[in-house]
Ligand binder design. Structure first.
Ligand code: SIN
Ligand code: FE2
Length: 226
């Protein structure tokens, strides 16, 4: 039976409602996607778990090998945590501030990252690291590649919470022009495969108050590091 838009059947109406509810997936590269609002249904479980992680490993500002203090404050959970100091960028098993192992990655973080990777075409993503970035208004992330991981086989899964951000998604050279991708609370960007080493960054966060998260943007970056 042909679908007649002027005379929809009950079944067609259900199909339309389902289409509207299905989260939008925007393709920004050959193997790169923005999953709009993907994290929203998970947040009731994610936010309390985040508080537990931060109680054990509070946000702190780190210094780059070039001697600059990053405007973004960092924490981590998982077997490996990304750190930077004047000696270089690397992953460590321990939080250099407390000397303790990084907090265990909460189950719900792992499940969310895996579900997002799958929705972007990457089956069986097994992240062992979740970098937690905190941006206050004015904080930014300069264009960079994620290159400190042992292998580039696994994708990057990047979750945005709180204040909006303008994500820059570039090419394989720093000088290449970047796409500007607006990111909102609950959006997830996934890039991997042929796009795994694309340059990316975040423009300075604008002043604002997010009803749920306050005056900040929090980003989780899930990776297979080891
Ligand atoms: C990063 O690349 O480390 C962070 C990206 C983001 O905050 O969206
Ligand atoms: Fe990155």
């Amino acid at each position: 039976m042909r679908y007649d838009p002027m005379n929809p059947t009950t079944l067609d109406l259900f199909a339309d409602a389902e289409l509207e509810q299905r989260p939008r997936r925007d393709q920004i590269g050959e193997q790169s996607y923005v999953l709009r609002g993907f994290a929203l249904p998970w947040l009731e479980r994610v936010l309390p778990a985040l508080q537990t992680v931060l109680a054990a490993a509070p946000f702190r500002q780190m210094v780059t090998p070039g001697g600059f203090t990053m405007s973004v404050a960092l924490s981590s959970c998982g077997t490996l945590g990304w750190t930077t100091d004047p000696r270089g960028y690397r992953y460590t098993h321990h939080d250099p501030q407390t000397g303790q192992p990084w907090p265990t990655m909460p189950e719900v973080f792992f499940e969310l990252a895996q579900a997002a990777a799958r929705a972007a075409g990457f089956a069986d993503f097994v992240p062992d690291s979740c970098l937690i970035n905190r941006y206050i208004p004015g904080a930014k992330m300069s264009l960079h590649q994620d290159k400190d991981e042992k292998s580039y086989a696994a994708p990057i899964v990047s979750v945005s919470l709180g204040l909006p951000a303008m994500f820059l998604f570039g090419g394989f050279e720093r000088s290449e022009k970047s796409q500007r991708v607006p990111l909102l609370h609950g959006d997830i960007v996934v890039w991997g495969g042929v796009d795994r080493l694309r340059f990316h960054g975040v423009l300075p966060i604008k002043e604002g108050q997010h009803p749920r998260m306050g005056e900040q943007r929090i980003n989780f970056t899930f990776r297979t590091a080891g």
